[in-house]
Design a protein around this ligand. Structure first.
Ligand SMILES: [Fe+2]
Ligand SMILES: [Fe+2]
Length: 279
C-alpha cells in the first residue's frame, strides 16, 4: 500500500509549473500510489483564478483515491466559499477513508482527515466538536483484524500538530487546541499524523506515534530545505510504515534522515549534506 502526500502547491505567483509537471509524471508513471493526499494550501490567496488553475492541475493526477482538503491560504479572501465548488465533497475536511492492500493483501488502513483551516485566519483550529468526532471515529477502529493485526490509523491535517524547527516563533505555526487533539490521537493509538503548512519536511516520534510533515511540492516558498519535496508513505503487508521524503526529479531519502542530518538553517551552505540519497 502506497500513499503519496503532496502539500502546499501555492498556485499563484510562486507556483512552479515545470516542477509540478515533473511531479505529476513521477506520481502517475513511477509511483502509481493507491492514495494521493493533497494536504492544503493548493492556492496562494484563495482567489477564483487560482482555484480554477488548481482544479486543472490536480485533475492531472491519476489515482482512484484522491483526497484533497484546504489550508489557511485557501481560506483567504473568502476562498472558504469557493473550495467546495472546485473540490466537491472536500470542504467538510473531516472524512473517514478505509483501505485494504493491493490484491486484498492483509493490511487495513483507516485514514481520517481533520479540518484545521479557519476563514481569514492563519492559525489552525480543530475545535471541541470535531475533536469529539475524531475520537469517536478512531475508537471505532480499536479492534484487531481477524488475523490479529492492528488496524493502521492515520490522521491527516493541514496545520502542524506540534511545532518543528525553522518555522518561526508566531502562533500561526500550528493548531490552537493542539493539546486536545494530541491526546485524542495518542489515546487511540494513532500510528501516524501527517501535516503540511510550513513547508518544512520533518518527523517527530512520540512513542509509537509519528508526526510527519511534508514540504512544499512545487512553489518557491521553501523553508529550511530549498528543494521541492513531497512524502511517500509505504505500508507493508506486516504493517511496517515507512516514510520517505522525495525531492521532485531526484532521489528519495527516509524522512528520519532529514531529522538526523539537521543543521540550523544559518549553517546550511551545502545542500548535498541533507539531500544525499541513500539509495
Ligand atoms: Fe503553505
Ligand atoms: Fe498553510
Amino acid at each position: 500500500m502506497r500513499i503519496v502526500q503532496i502539500s502546499d502547491l501555492h498556485i499563484g505567483g510562486l507556483f512552479k509549473q515545470d516542477i509540478f509537471d515533473t511531479l505529476v509524471d513521477e506520481i502517475n508513471n513511477d509511483l502509481q500510489p493507491d492514495v494521493i493526499i493533497v494536504s492544503g494550501d493548493l492556492t496562494d490567496d484563495g482567489l477564483v483564478f487560482q482555484f480554477e488553475q488548481a482544479r486543472r492541475e490536480i485533475q492531472k493526477l491519476k489515482c482512484s483515491n484522491l483526497i484533497v482538503f484546504p489550508g489557511n491560504h485557501d481560506y483567504r479572501h473568502t476562498g472558504y466559499l469557493l473550495f467546495e465548488k472546485y473540490f466537491p465533497g472536500s470542504i467538510s475536511s473531516n472524512q473517514v477513508h478505509e483501505f485494504s492492500g493491493k490484491n486484498n493483501s492483509k493490511e487495513k488502513i483507516v485514514l481520517i482527515t481533520v479540518g484545521t483551516a479557519v476563514p481569514d485566519k492563519d492559525e489552525g483550529e480543530v475545535g471541541y466538536r470535531q475533536n469529539l468526532w475524531l475520537n469517536d471515529n478512531l475508537t471505532r477502529f480499536n479492534n484487531r483484524l481477524s488475523n490479529g493485526q492492528r488496524i493502521i490509523k492515520i490522521v491527516a491535517m493541514h496545520h502542524h500538530l506540534i511545532s518543528i524547527p525553522d518555522t518561526g516563533y508566531t502562533s500561526v505555526v500550528g493548531i490552537s487546541d493542539a493539546g486536545d487533539v494530541l491526546r485524542t490521537c495518542l489515546e487511540n493509538e494513532v500510528d501516524l499524523v501527517i501535516c503540511g503548512h510550513k513547508h518544512r519536511p520533518w518527523i517527530w516520534n512520540l512513542g509509537n506515534m509519528r508526526i510527519a510533515y511534508a514540504g512544499t511540492a512545487c512553489s518557491w516558498r521553501y523553508r529550511g530545505i530549498f528543494k521541492d519535496t513531497y512524502n511517500i508513505i509505504n505500508i507493508s503487508d506486516n504493517n511496517i510504515v515507512n516514510i520517505e521524503m522525495k525531492v521532485v526529479g531526484e532521489k528519495s531519502i527516509p524522512l528520519s534522515e532529514v531529522v538526523k542530518r539537521y543543521e540550523p538553517e544559518a549553517k546550511i551552505t551545502n545542500l548535498s549534506k541533507i539531500i544525499t540519497p541513500t539509495r
